[in-house]
Design a protein around this ligand. Structure first.
Ligand code: TRP
Length: 82
């Protein structure tokens, strides 16, 4: 385990868990580096779960649709206003 709880230069130890609450939720990975673009889109159906990390290739994750996202900084329901 490296400094800052990372398993390598860019891959964090933590996982992000996304649980779809409807069919057709999209989990989109955005590239790390100078150019920010989508590099992968994963489609989840209701109750499907994706467990993901931030890596040397992925610096941000966008979730489209009704889902619950569990992260080290908290839990987010995409359909709630809080
Ligand atoms: N090949 C991608 C990577 O190593 C896989 C991936 C990791 C991913 N985390 C993600 C794809 C989050 C979409 C969203 O970075």
């Amino acid at each position: 385990m490296g400094e800052g709880g990372r398993v390598s230069d860019w891959t964090s130890r933590e996982y992000v868990v996304i649980k779809a609450k409807e069919n057709g939720v999209h989990v989109i990975g955005l590239t790390r580096g100078d150019v920010t673009r989508f590099h992968h889109t994963e489609k989840l159906d209701k109750n499907e779960v994706m467990i993901a990390q931030f890596t040397e290739h992925t610096s941000a994750i966008k979730v489209r649709g009704r889902a619950v996202i569990y992260t080290a900084v908290g839990t987010i329901h995409t359909d709630r206003d809080d």
